[in-house]
Design a protein. Structure first.
Length: 1013
């Protein structure tokens, strides 16, 4: 073994050994001397190392020191980046500033080389993240406070327009028998009465068994809708008032829709019904604009998120990678259709082009990509969204049966299921097409009049027409995929009579507007007669709003040729591409989370309505924006429904709408909320307090679905976890809804550097400097300071330099003073540890002030039968209310008699004339002149900050707040309660203060709330 020695030692040691050798010493002496020498050398070496370590800690800021040079260099580079902060993401700059603070604390402390290296590594990582963000920006600008509602929609523009109501009133005046009969039924309908009541529920529940209450919503929406119809036609204010009352009762009370997957039916069916009623009432003078806005926000907050969530995910079946693989067609068509109708209605009600376009995207386009036309497979597979027109009407075929002008019949998605669901889906599709028509969008003729083929097919099913064309249809059910032979194979149409209240709409449009005979539908219409609306106590009676004959009857059942409007089809030019449809923005809606597909600002779109081949162009075009040319070019500076009206040679008007949704120009999320996860506990809040070096996770939650996020540090997740926190920080994230509207959300994180605490027998006592213990307890006093905080120093009045000191088996009370430097701040803590005496003490008879040293107050008599309180020291004669003559009974209990009026202090804290016989006891801290007071019921009294005495809570001494001062009637002045006593004040961060500040303070170990002065 070889040992490398300092050169100075080598010379000294060799000379000493040579001396012994020359003196002819024997080997034992030489060996002993050598051993002593090397022991001395080892001691010197350890001393040198210790000196070197001290020298290092004294010179940590000397950049020539190899230990710190790298860290100092990184700090300099970081500070250079911080100086050019505008070029980088603000959150990353703030992270870098934190890393610099922590690095300097490491340098200022007695830190190991490993800690310095780690700090340098962390700092470099933050530097690299900042550099990578060069040129990136973060926009935390909030959206406009008020949403602009002028979007070009027709209002009212749900299932009925003002033109419809004007026609109904005209026909009533003219005595049209069908309309008169229908109006009579409406006026006599129990649900249309101004006295009809509704029962809102906090949560609408459909499915899931016990507790279902969705019929309340079904009937509530029907009451609102039918009262709205009566107001619009008859002008009866009572009906208008009731419609608004019903709508607002639900909007002000209902907080959600629950249940099993059937809740999605409730969202669609009752969502569209409530919204349709509100659309009719939007111009009612008795509905304040504030209340109307409250209702619209209710639709956006409670209904829209669940509706779009279902449509984009189909309860997970669309993206399902399990036993069904991907099965977008798992849900029958009526599920998607009712939610589409709700979505379309909300779009119009809330003047939101983006939401309106979302609804159209499911109806008009194959979102899955599996549709083919014509269908050539047999059986046909249910492999796409069933509300898409191409999958809703599964196939269309020429038929020898009587089929009207279009000549085709169309098997529908639910035609082989049962007649009830098949007719439901047909009615929802008709209402969707009818509402879109009212806005200028012709879904009736879309895809070569595909809906007409389906409607006629359903009408034939209702009449049990034989030999209907049929192609076998595989539906995914029973746990099997639609491609599995074990799934449901439908082999024939379901026949049977079920007539729902929408056939007036079918005949009113196809025959009375377009002049197209619908022979199967005519027979069902005739058999239906004059229909009503919601009826009965089961859901099916409320799937459709009804009164279709009333609202769709015209002068002629079959329109004459010269009253038929010209057919218009849409065409647009955008980014050099010709597009054969009439919407842009909001069309991509797969289950995959995707940013919105609204149009960017600053583009142009050419809108080009097309007349059918052979139709004479009269040149009579007018747009709702004022232009009178056939084609117009618009800029994408706002979301808008551009509508053109064309008048043909017979003076009959046609309409075509173009709905352009622009990025970030739709309704914002009704609200965003913040959630903070700290130490595994999540809480909905925007603020939190943590210790130095700890981390938290911040989460933004918005009202919506398929949203996106941006944070000031560049993250695009819903949640971010902070770096170790070293100072109070603000963090900002932005919730971006599907339409691109940005809603910033700010979090604030406070950082504590220390906490006042003590431990008694291992149990932590927080936020107190004065506390009581029992003799023999093991006590640890000293603040909690996070280990991550370097550079702290401590000095106790007992000589220790550790953060905490231990007093094992404590016997007597004591005062312990700690001077500290934490996070560069100097301060002092004064701990008073009181040891409980085993027994009460006797107070010598005399006249005393009973003083609360913690609040600088005195026990005060407030008059007969009044509770005593602790008040500031009084002067003059008033002082006598604070002087008590104390006597003891020799058994540890005392009487307190007021010198002011002779009243006695009672167990209840009241002062009464009833003489007491030993009701107050005093316990004195061992080794200190501080006392606790308790009554004969063994409750120790507490003294609140406002002077109130609490006499029925504590069963043990707490902090010995009382001192006794003898009353001297000849005294010129009275001593202050706190004379010769220390008063220590700290903020909640543990920093010592010279005087209290507004808010929570810790004064002499007690939390005290200081109000504004």
């Amino acid at each position: 073994m070889s040992v490398a020695l300092p050169s100075a030692w080598e010379g000294y040691g060799m000379r000493l050994l040579m001396f012994f050798y020359n003196m002819k010493c024997n080997r034992l002496i030489i060996a002993t001397a050598a051993c002593s020498l090397f022991m001395a050398m080892a001691a010197d070496m350890y001393a040198a190392k210790a000196t070197e370590a001290v020298s290092h800690r004294q010179k940590v800021h000397n950049t020539t020191n190899a230990y710190t040079t790298g860290l100092e260099t990184s700090i300099a580079e970081a500070e250079s980046l911080i100086a050019n902060a505008t070029d980088y993401l603000p959150g990353l700059i703030a992270d870098l500033e934190d890393a610099v603070i922590d690095a300097r604390n490491i340098l200022n402390g007695n830190s190991s080389q490993n800690a310095i290296n780690q700090a340098n590594s962390t700092l470099k990582a933050n530097i690299n993240r900042v550099k990578a963000s060069y040129g990136k920006t973060f926009d935390a600008t909030p959206h406009a406070e008020e949403y602009v509602t002028d979007r070009g929609f027709v209002h009212p523009g749900g299932l009925h327009t003002q033109e419809d109501f004007d026609r109904v009133k005209r026909l009533l005046k003219q005595g049209n028998p069908l309309v008169k009969q229908a109006m009579s039924q409406l006026r006599n309908d129990p649900l249309s009465q101004a006295t009809a009541k509704t029962t809102p529920t906090k949560y609408i529940k459909r499915g899931g068994g016990e507790g279902e209450n969705y019929m309340n919503a079904a009937k509530g929406a029907a009451v609102a809708y039918l009262n709205a119809l009566r107001w619009k036609i008859d002008g009866t204010k009572d009906n208008g008032d009731n419609a608004v009352k019903v709508l607002m009762d639900w909007a002000n009370y209902t907080e959600g829709v629950t249940g099993d997957t059937n809740l999605n039916l409730a969202l669609g069916l009752y969502g569209y019904a409530f919204a349709q009623a509100a659309e009719l009432m939007r111009d009612y003078e008795g509905w304040s604009r504030d209340d109307f806005e409250t209702f619209r926000q209710w639709m956006l907050k409670i209904w829209y998120p669940g509706i779009i969530q279902f449509l984009r995910s189909r309860c997970g079946s669309w993206e399902n990678a399990g036993k069904w693989w991907q099965a977008p067609g798992h849900y029958w068509s009526n599920w998607g259709l009712c939610n589409d109708l709700a979505l379309l209605t909300i779009g119009v009600l809330c003047d939101d082009v983006f939401i309106y376009n979302q609804a159209l995207s499911f109806l008009k386009y194959d979102q899955v990509g599996t549709f083919t036309d014509p269908r050539t497979t047999d059986p046909i597979l249910c492999d796409g969204l069933t509300d898409f027109w191409g999958n809703l009407i599964v196939t269309t075929v020429e038929s020898d049966l009587e089929t009207g002008a279009y000549g085709k019949l169309g098997q529908m998605n639910e035609s082989g299921r049962d007649i009830g669901h098949a007719t439901m889906a047909c009615g929802l599709a008709v209402d969707l097409a009818h509402m879109a028509w009212n806005q200028g969008d012709d879904l009736f003729s879309y895809m070569d009049n595909r809906l007409a083929a389906g409607v006629e097919y359903i009408a034939a099913q209702i009449q049990s027409v034989e030999n209907l064309p049929w192609t076998n249809y595989h539906y995914c059910t029973g746990g099997f995929h639609y491609s599995d032979s074990r799934s449901w194979l439908m082999t024939e149409p379901a026949l049977g009579e079920q007539i729902r209240p929408y056939w007036g709409t079918v005949i009113g449009h196809y025959e009375s507007v377009k002049g197209v005979k619908m022979p199967f539908s005519e027979k069902v219409y005739e058999k239906m007669g004059v229909d009503r609306g919601g009826q009965g106590n089961t859901s099916g009676g409320y799937d459709h709003l009804g009164y279709s004959v009333l609202m769709n009857t015209r002068d002629f059942q079959l329109a004459p040729a010269d009253s038929i409007p010209a057919l218009i089809t849409p065409m647009m030019e955008y980014d050099g591409e010709i597009i054969g449809h009439n919407e842009l923005g909001g069309l991509k809606n797969t289950y995959v989370t995707d940013k919105n597909k609204c149009l960017p600002r600053g583009k142009t779109v050419k809108l080009m309505p097309q007349l059918a081949e052979g139709e004479e162009d009269t040149g009579n075009w007018i747009w709702n924006t004022g232009e009178t040319t056939k084609d117009i070019t618009v800029s994408t500076d706002k979301s808008y429904a551009y509508r053109v009206t064309y008048t043909n040679k017979n003076n009959v008007k046609s309409h075509q709408v173009f709905t352009i949704a622009v990025d970030a120009d739709c309704n914002p999320s009704p609200r965003t909320t913040g959630m903070i996860t700290y130490k595994g506990v999540s809480e909905e809040t925007d603020t939190v307090t943590v210790y130095y070096g700890e981390t938290v996770t911040l989460t933004i939650n918005g009202i919506g679905a398929y949203e996106s996020y941006e944070w000031d540090n560049g993250s695009h997740m819903a949640s971010v976890t902070t770096n170790p926190l070293v100072r109070p920080r603000d963090f900002t994230g932005v919730y971006i809804n599907q339409g691109g509207v940005r809603s910033p959300h700010k979090f604030h994180v406070n950082v504590k550097y220390m906490d006042i605490q003590a431990k008694v027998n291992g149990v932590v006592i927080n936020d107190t400097l004065d506390f009581a213990v029992n003799a023999g307890d093991n006590v640890e006093i000293g603040p909690y300071v996070p280990s991550a905080l370097a550079g702290c120093t401590y000095k106790w009045n007992t000589g220790e330099t550790t953060r905490t000191i231990n007093i094992d088996g404590i016997e007597t009370s004591g005062k312990y003073v700690l001077d500290y430097v934490v996070n560069g701040e100097k301060g002092q803590l004064v701990y008073n540890v009181f040891v409980n005496a085993a027994e009460d003490c006797n107070i010598a008879e005399g006249d005393y002030f009973v003083c609360d040293r913690l609040h600088n107050t005195v026990l005060t008599n407030n008059g007969v039968n009044q509770k005593c309180t602790m008040q500031q020291r009084m002067a003059g004669d008033d002082a006598m209310a604070q002087v008590w003559h104390i006597t003891n009974n020799g058994q540890g209990y005392h009487n307190l008699k007021s010198l002011k009026d002779g009243l006695y202090l009672q167990v209840s804290t009241r002062a009464t004339a009833t003489e007491t016989h030993g009701v107050i006891g005093f316990r004195k801290a061992v080794g200190a002149d501080y006392y606790e007071l308790h009554n004969k019921l063994s409750y120790y009294w507490q003294f609140d900050d406002n002077g109130t005495i609490v006499s029925n809570v504590l069963k043990a001494p707490c902090n010995y707040p009382l001192v006794f001062q003898l009353f001297d009637v000849n005294a010129i002045s009275l001593p202050d309660v706190t004379e010769d006593m220390s008063c220590t004040i700290y903020n909640i961060m543990g920093q010592k203060l010279s005087q209290p500040v507004k808010g929570l303070n810790i004064i002499n170990g007690k939390k005290v709330m200081v109000r504004a002065r």
